[in-house]
Design a protein around this ligand. Structure first.
Ligand SMILES: Nc1ncnc2c1ncn2[C@@H]1O[C@H](COP(=O)(O)OP(=O)(O)OP(=O)(O)O)[C@@H](O)[C@H]1O
Length: 260
C-alpha cells in the first residue's frame, strides 16, 4: 500500500485574537504538495494573519501549526527556523539604499560564508527566473512597481546552498498584484504559476488577493475566510459556481448579503 501524502502545512485548532477581537477561531487547514491556494475574504478577516503564522512571524494564541512535518513552537524572532518559507509582501519591501543584487542576495550576504562572486551568480540566476536578467546594479527607485514586485519574488526564492536545503520552498504571496496594471499583473501571475512548476523553487503556495484576475490565474483551490472561520474550501471553479451566500456576495460585489 502506498504511503498517504502528508500535508506540507497543517493548522490544528488554530486561534488568534488581537485585543478582544477574535480573528481566527479554531481553524483547521491542510495544504498539500503542488497546491495553489487562494486565501480570500473581506478585509480584516485574518488572511495576512494566516500567512504570518505559516511564515513563523507570529505564534498563534492556541492550536498547532505544522510546517514540513515540524511543529512550530515559537516565532522566527524567538529563534524558530524559517523552514523553507518565502514571503512576498504587498509592498515589495526592498531596501532603497541597496542595489537590486544586494536586495535579492540580502540573506546570503548576511548569513552565509559564500563569496560575493558566488552570491552574485545565485542572484543573477534568480533575476533570470523572474524575467529581469542584468538589472542587479540598478537601485529599486529606478524600477517600476511591477519590476519591484518581481525583484522581491527573486529575493523570496533565494536558497542558501550551504544549508543543504532540507525543505522545498513554500511561497506565501500577500496581494502580489495590488496596484499593478493588468499587463504587469498578468506577468506576475504567470510567474507565480511558473515557479510552482519549477520543482526545486516552490512546492506549494498560498496567495492572498482581492483581484479576480489573480484568483483566476493563480489558484486551483480557494479558502474563504470570514468571521474567524474557514467558511468554504473547494476548487476555484466550484467557488465561482457556489450558491453559498458569502461567496455569491463576494464575487458579485453586492452590498446586500451577509458580509457587513
Ligand atoms: N499585530 C496586530 N495587532 C493588532 N491587531 C492586528 C495585528 N495584526 C492584525 N491585526 C488585526 O487583525 C485583523 C485581521 O488582519 P489581517 O491583516 O490578517 O486581515 P486581512 O484579511 O489580511 O485584511 P486585508 O484584506 O484588509 O489585508 C484586522 O482587524 C487587523 O487590524
Amino acid at each position: 500500500m502506498s504511503e498517504p501524502v502528508q500535508p506540507i502545512i497543517e493548522f490544528r485548532g488554530v486561534s488568534q485574537s488581537f485585543g478582544r477581537k477574535v480573528i481566527l477561531d479554531d481553524v483547521d487547514l491542510k495544504i498539500y504538495p503542488g497546491e495553489a491556494v487562494g486565501v480570500i475574504g473581506p478585509s480584516g478577516t485574518g488572511k495576512s494573519t494566516i500567512l504570518r503564522i505559516v511564515a513563523g512571524l507570529l505564534t498563534p494564541d492556541s492550536g498547532e501549526v505544522i510546517v514540513h512535518g515540524h511543529r512550530r513552537q515559537r516565532s522566527i524572532e524567538e529563534g524558530e527556523k524559517a523552514l523553507g518559507v518565502g514571503l512576498v509582501f504587498q509592498q515589495s519591501a526592498l531596501f532603497d539604499s541597496l542595489t537590486v543584487a544586494e536586495n535579492v542576495g540580502f540573506t546570503l550576504y548576511r548569513d552565509s560564508d559564500l563569496r560575493p562572486r558566488e552570491i552574485r551568480a545565485i542572484v543573477e540566476e534568480n533575476l533570470e527566473l523572474v524575467g529581469l536578467p542584468g538589472i542587479g546594479d540598478r537601485f529599486p527607485a529606478e524600477l517600476s512597481g511591477g519590476m519591484r514586485k518581481r525583484v522581491s519574488l527573486a529575493r523570496a526564492i533565494v536558497i542558501n546552498p550551504e544549508q543543504h536545503q532540507q525543505y522545498k520552498n513554500i511561497l506565501l504571496y500577500d496581494e502580489p498584484t495590488a496596484g499593478l496594471d493588468p499587463v504587469a499583473s498578468t506577468r506576475i501571475e504567470s510567474l507565480i504559476r511558473h515557479l510552482l512548476s519549477q520543482d526545486h523553487v516552490c512546492c506549494c503556495y498560498l496567495i492572498v488577493t482581492h483581484q479576480f484576475s489573480t484568483i483566476d490565474n493563480t489558484t486551483d483551490r480557494i479558502i474563504f475566510l470570514y468571521d474567524g472561520k474557514i467558511q468554504w474550501d473547494g476548487s476555484t471553479a466550484d467557488a465561482y459556481k457556489s450558491e453559498h451566500p458569502l461567496l455569491k456576495q463576494f464575487f458579485s460585489g453586492s452590498i446586500d448579503g451577509p458580509i457587513s
